[in-house]
Design a protein around this ligand. Structure first.
Ligand code: SF4
Length: 523
């Protein structure tokens, strides 16, 4: 088994090739991925097969997730000594090689076994041979638990395998063991993974899968895309890559953008004939916040509650703004860490004194060791001498400080003291202010530019969002960034995090100015 950097680089390369493989370009065949996409939405399946160029390309963070999934799949092969890997496409070659390996009783397991039945192509993560000549179907997921879509995933593979003549004795999901804690040395892969028997659930889904395959075969061959209105189904179980294409012509007050809208309520509003928020009449029951959004959309006037003044009292004098960046890799990088544990690696602080002067401080770990302790110590050194309140935007920083205090007992007192000073601005905004340009979202990236038109997020480098920061730092920590590119990537990380805390300073100032405008109903 190669080192983590080699494995990661190989996994990334495979993930990129996967995007170019027949599952991702227009081809009139079905695959496991396409059937699962079609189960989510027949239009998504049709577009994948016929108009894939309309998809939004995956960003760096999504590519990192694909690569992590590939790496986890490869690491699971360590559970099957003597297994043989089937080469990558063309599919017909892989099917032939799989047949040869199936016929060779000395082969204990086949990795990426290739099959085709009724026009559905699959690659099986692991086909485990039993002494009685039957086989175990094993699907590997970078997940801590079994999800409904995993059962369908296994059921599609079971359908194809049995159709292709393979005697499937059992089906299992091999997933990440959430209780495994990495030790000081290399990961123990037999402990890292856990197995769940899924035979009963898969058998239950088989009739549905048979029907799905028949339906999807028809959808793929149709001349035109099925007519499907975008909605909550586009995000579950996965965000659809055609979202931008399908929603590009929607009005700014599309009802989908009502905050905290449940799928059921969205369906009811649609069935009642409403497509725009402004069209929803008074007699239709909405939550308080949805009613506020509708009223602002109708009037075009910003909502400011009478309670905003009191809510902003913590920021009357000097205050800080704080933002963490963190990563949660499936494969833990450091001793004492579990899969998907959140690891803060960066913070940014802005301090605004009583006269309006703003000072910036920041920390970004080197990437060569567990960053948590040094991140805590540097944060304490900056914040402990002050008693000024600390603005954050969401409960994330407070939760992380609590976890860090539990992890580093000797730092618990100052970390908890910092946590007690946090003031979350997100609920202040969502309760007391709504501007039409929020577009139904209270994300700081929507709220700040709406209230501070001169503030923007353009000009940032490679790192444009939190998930991108996580992906970028993981690449540094894994040694995947060329030495000559590290300084630029670190500068982009620092710029991104600093922009968020500066945004919070500007946002609080804008909120204070709204209060000074006086009564509710300001434009
Ligand atoms: S965005 Fe929604 S409606 Fe459009 S193809 Fe994807 S899932 Fe279907």
């Amino acid at each position: 088994m190669g080192g983590p950097c080699e494995a990661r680089a190989a996994a990334q390369s495979r993930a990129l090739r996967l995007l170019e493989c027949p599952a991702h370009v227009p081809q009139p065949h079905l695959s496991k991925a396409r059937i699962l996409a079609g189960r989510q939405c027949p239009k998504r399946l049709w577009l994948q097969c016929n108009e894939h160029s309309l998809a939004t390309p995956p960003d760096a963070a999504q590519l990192a997730i694909f690569a992590m999934g590939s790496e986890v799949g490869e690491r699971a092969r360590a559970l099957f000594p003597g297994g043989v890997l089937v080469p990558e496409p063309p599919h017909a070659h892989a099917v032939r090689r799989t047949r040869e390996l199936l016929a060779d009783a000395r082969i204990a397991a086949i990795f990426e076994a290739a099959f085709e039945y009724r026009g559905v192509r699959i690659r099986v993560d692991v086909l485990e041979r039993f002494a009685d000549g039957r086989f175990g179907l094993r699907e590997v997921k970078a997940s801590k638990r079994l999800r409904n879509e995993h059962i369908y995933d296994l059921a599609v593979q079971h359908f194809v395998l049995t159709g292709a003549g393979v005697d499937v004795a059992s089906t299992q999901l091999i997933h990440v063991n959430g209780d495994y804690v990495r030790g000081e040395n290399e990961i123990d892969w037999t402990e890292f993974f856990a197995r769940i028997d899924c035979d009963a659930e898969v058998q239950q889904r088989l009739p549905e899968v048979r029907a799905l395959v028949a339906t999807m075969s028809t959808v793929v061959s149709e001349a035109d895309s099925p007519s499907v209105e975008p909605g909550p189904h586009c995000k579950r179980p996965h965000c659809c890559e055609f979202w931008d294409h399908c929603t590009g012509a929607k009005p700014k007050d599309w009802i989908y953008w009502l905050p905290r809208l449940t799928p059921k309520r969205y369906r009811q509003l649609r069935e009642s004939g409403y497509t725009r928020i402004g069209e929803i009449p008074d007699h239709v029951s909405l939550t308080a916040i949805q009613t506020r959004v509708r009223d602002v959309v109708r009037s075009g006037r910003t909502f400011i509650s009478d309670g905003l003044f009191d809510a902003l009292r913590p920021f009357e004098g000097a205050f800080w703004s704080l933002d963490f960046e963190a990563m949660n890799p499936a494969i833990p990088l450091y001793a004492g860490v579990r899969a998907f544990d959140m690891i803060p690696f960066q913070w940014s602080l802005h301090h605004r004194d009583g006269r309006g002067n703003v000072e910036h401080m920041e920390f970004l770990a080197a990437g060569d060791a567990d960053p948590r302790r040094v991140a805590c110590e540097s944060l304490i050194a900056r914040l402990a001498p002050s008693s000024d309140p600390i603005a954050v935007y969401s409960g994330f920083e407070g939760r992380q400080l609590g976890i860090l205090a539990a992890t580093f007992g000797d730092l618990a007192v100052p970390l908890r003291a910092i946590a007690r000073r946090l003031v979350d601005v997100l609920p202040i905004v969502s309760k007391h202010v709504y501007h039409e340009a929020f577009g139904g979202s209270f994300s700081i990236k929507n709220v700040t530019p709406a209230l501070v038109p001169t503030f923007g997020y353009s000009g940032l480098g490679e790192v444009q969002q939190g998930s991108g920061a996580s992906a970028a730092f993981q690449r540094i920590a894994r040694g995947e960034v060329q030495p000559e590119s590290i300084a630029k990537l670190r500068a982009d990380l620092l710029a991104y995090c600093a922009n968020d805390t500066l945004a919070l300073i500007e946002l609080i100032q804008a909120l204070r100015e709204l209060v000074s405008l006086g009564a509710a109903g300001a434009d």
